[in-house]
Structure formats: structure tokens, C-alpha cells
Design a protein. Structure first.
Length: 434
């Protein structure tokens, strides 16, 4: 028995020494140097920014559809590069092409997805592709890279071709007087994209995989507590909201998928992450962001819970003696036209933060700006991704558009989605040391 235990320990040690998880690149033929180690990751950052510009830049108004396009862009870039240096599981494109030029492959993949998604922006996107390829030597490797990128883009576009994302998102709902049920919120007279509750996920097994538990009962003390909080600190002219709370409420008001791609870019500033590892990171982040929208929408429409704007103005109907109505109450910033519970803004933030923490480590400091921030304070700094995710969620209470319990549920959902994405997709391959 003692000999058997000794053999087991020795075998385990040898196994650990004999194998390793790739950090983003495949070893070259001689086993001495990762194949893509000398390539800058700038092409990934450039095309992430280009996707934002194609969606309108500071005038960006895409949200759900944008999360889908971002995921396709980054999965196409990942799969193209992974075909050249197969270090991770692939997603939609299954072919090896080790003689293709990596920068050309990544740029061409992003360009092809974006031009298919925004044909009216073709001139701008063509110009960006020309810039990406300007420093790439001409020849067969360049041509192979361009062709490979287009093929990888074609694979992900085909996979999502019939997912139903391009339906009209503006939907009319019947009025209701039932306490707790969602009602349209001014200035809107519609509800946004009900069909997204059944959108095909990128990484989850089903939209309801991480459905949140029910919100607090209207007659509960928890509901009354969170009602009073958002009523007090979230009102337009709140006397209790601090200047910093107002500042970060506005800072995080932009669409989550835009803001958290900016977080990812800022977090990589000054860090040396290789080309393929960067492509994988952005693919995982954007898969998680897109799926957080889908999962969040599924839970929102399942529970159909009213927003603070309605709840506060019509509190006399909620049956709770601890709440009081204010018919003139307004939030600091406009309420989005979709149900309150859970907060998808919080879900997206923590989904992205969880992916980033898994890959880069949670305690990664960064600074970033926001187009919705006050011009006097456009930049905020963070010591960790989890801190940013918590502030991102808290901001929704401070501006009066979510109950605290909705933000907490969103954070929980997002953490599960982010972890699931990392644990189940684009995983490193095990390669033997040569």
C-alpha cells in the first residue's frame, strides 16, 4: 500500500510537470517560443474601439443588438487567430491555417462582421482595415490572413443568422392597474424588445439557466426599506444623495456593454497580454455581456415588476403601510422602458467583471472615462473589477431607476454568468512540454 501511494504521488508530480495550460499562444515547432508572442495586441483594441464607433460612438444607442454584434466580432477574431495558433477551444470556426498572417486575420475577421452588420459604415470600416494592414508585409501570408479572417467571420455570422435579433424592438403593452406589475414609464409609451427574453445565448445553455428568485413581496419590510431608499436618494432633487453619488450615477448611466468594453481596454493599458490571449479575453467578456442581457430579459419578463417611478407615484395601491405615495416624484435620470427586476445593468457589469477577474486578477487597477459623466469629472479610478461592478450596480439606485434588491439580484446573476462563461468556453488546451 505504501508503494502504491508513493507511485501515485510520483505519477501526479510528473503529470503536472509534463503538461501545462497555454497562456494564449501555441508553442512553436522547436518548443522554445510561443508562436504569436511577438505580435502586439493593439489590433484587438483598435477593432473593439472601431465597433463602438460603427455603433455611433458618443451617440451610441444600440444596447441589446450591440452586445450581440460585439460578441460576434470578438469571437470571429478569436477563432481566426486560434486557427493560426491553436491554444484554446474554438467557438464557430474549425480549421487550422498556420501560414496566415495574424494581424491580417484578426482585422479582416472584425471588418467582415462589422460590414455585414453596418453596411452603411462600409467606407469607414474599409479605411480602418487599410490602416490595420498598412504595416503588414505583402505576399502569400497576408492573403491567407485576409481569407482566414473572412472565413472565421462567415462562420459566426452563419451561426447567428436566424437568431431573431433583427425584429422591431418597439412593443406596445396593455395598461394595467395591478400593483407591482410593470407599466410604461415616461417619457416612453412602449416596452423594449420583449423577444430578447428568448434570444439564443452565446454561452449559456438556455436563457433561464440563471433565472433569479422572486423579488420581495410588496407588503414586506424589505420592499419598504428599498422603496424608501430609492425614493430618498434617487429623486431628481435629492437632499441626501452626495455629490460623488451623483457623479458616479451619471458616469455609469451609459449602456453597459459599451462601458465594460471600455473597462477591458483600460485594464489592459500598460499590461503585456499577447495577441491571442487578448482576443480570447474580449471574446469571453462580450459573450458574458450578451448572455447577461438575454438572461436578464428572461427574468424581467418572467416577474414583470414595476419600476420605482411607478411604484412611488402609485404607492397607495401596494398594500404596504410603510410606504407612501408621491405623485410628482421623478428620478434623477430617465428610466429605461423595461421591467425593474433584476437590474441587467448590474448583471452585465458583474458578468464582465467576473471574466476580467478570472483572466487578469480581480485586483487590477484602472482609470477610465465615460461619455455620460459630468464634463467636470469625466474620469474615475478603481482598484479592482469587483469594486467597479459594485459601484456600477449602486449607481442605478442613486439615479432612481432601480430598487436595491434588483441590483443585488443582477449582481448575483452576472457573477454566475461570468463564471460559467470562463469555465465552459474557449478553455486553454493542454499541451505537452517538448
Amino acid at each position: 500500500m505504501k508503494k502504491l501511494n508513493m507511485f501515485t504521488i510520483l505519477f501526479s508530480v510528473l503529470l503536472l510537470l509534463a503538461c501545462k495550460f497555454s497562456n494564449g499562444v501555441d508553442p512553436s515547432a522547436d518548443g522554445k517560443k510561443p508562436l504569436l508572442a511577438n505580435y502586439s495586441n493593439q489590433v484587438i483594441l483598435d477593432w473593439n474601439q472601431m465597433a463602438y464607433q460603427a455603433m455611433g460612438g458618443p451617440a451610441y444607442q444600440h444596447s441589446l443588438l450591440a452586445s450581440r454584434i460585439n460578441a460576434m466580432v470578438h469571437l470571429a477574431m478569436h477563432d481566426a487567430l486560434n486557427s493560426i495558433a491553436p491554444a484554446y477551444q474554438t467557438y464557430a470556426f474549425f480549421r487550422e491555417e498556420r501560414d496566415a498572417e495574424p494581424i491580417a486575420a484578426a482585422a479582416s475577421a472584425a471588418h467582415a462582421v462589422l460590414t455585414a452588420s453596418f453596411p452603411d459604415k462600409k467606407a469607414m470600416l474599409d479605411s480602418a482595415l487599410t490602416q490595420s494592414l498598412a504595416k503588414v508585409p505583402t505576399g502569400d501570408r497576408l492573403n491567407r490572413g485576409i481569407a482566414l479572417g473572412k472565413e472565421a467571420a462567415g462562420a459566426i455570422l452563419a451561426k447567428r443568422q436566424n437568431d431573431g435579433a433583427l425584429q422591431d424592438p418597439i412593443a406596445v403593452i396593455d395598461p394595467t392597474a395591478q400593483p407591482g406589475e410593470y407599466q410604461v414609464v415616461t417619457p416612453f409609451n412602449f416596452i423594449f424588445a420583449p423577444f430578447w427574453k428568448q434570444m439564443q445565448p452565446f454561452g449559456l445553455t438556455a436563457p433561464n439557466q440563471f433565472r433569479v428568485g422572486p423579488q420581495p413581496a410588496l407588503i414586506s419590510q424589505e420592499y419598504a426599506r428599498d422603496f424608501e431608499e430609492v425614493k430618498t436618494v434617487g429623486m431628481k432633487d435629492s437632499k441626501t444623495r452626495t455629490a460623488d453619488q451623483t457623479a458616479y450615477g451619471k458616469f455609469w448611466y451609459e449602456f453597459s456593454e459599451a462601458g465594460w468594453n471600455r473597462v477591458a481596454r483600460a485594464a489592459l493599458s500598460g499590461r503585456k497580454l499577447d495577441l491571442l490571449a487578448t482576443a480570447r479575453l474580449f471574446a469571453l467578456v462580450n459573450m458574458a455581456l450578451a448572455d447577461a442581457y438575454t438572461a436578464g430579459w428572461e427574468s424581467k419578463f418572467y416577474y414583470n415588476f414595476w419600476r420605482p417611478l411607478t411604484a412611488i407615484q402609485k404607492a397607495e395601491t401596494d398594500g404596504n403601510d410603510m410606504t407612501s405615495a408621491d405623485a410628482s416624484w421623478e428620478p434623477l435620470l430617465p428610466t429605461p422602458p423595461v421591467q425593474d427586476y433584476p437590474s441587467t445593468h448590474s448583471a452585465l457589469g458583474n458578468a464582465a467583471a467576473t471574466v476580467l477577474a478570472n483572466v487578469l486578477g480581480d485586483k487590477t487597477g484602472f482609470s477610465m472615462n465615460s461619455p455620460t459623466a459630468d464634463p467636470a469629472t469625466p474620469t474615475r479610478s478603481f482598484r479592482s473589477f469587483s469594486q467597479a461592478a459594485q459601484e456600477n450596480a449602486d449607481s442605478r439606485v442613486r439615479i432612481g431607476i432601480h430598487f436595491r434588491f434588483s441590483c443585488d439580484a443582477g449582481l448575483d446573476m452576472g457573477g454566475k454568468i461570468g463564471q460559467w462563461t470562463v469555465d465552459n468556453h474557449l478553455k486553454p488546451k493542454v499541451t505537452a512540454i517538448r
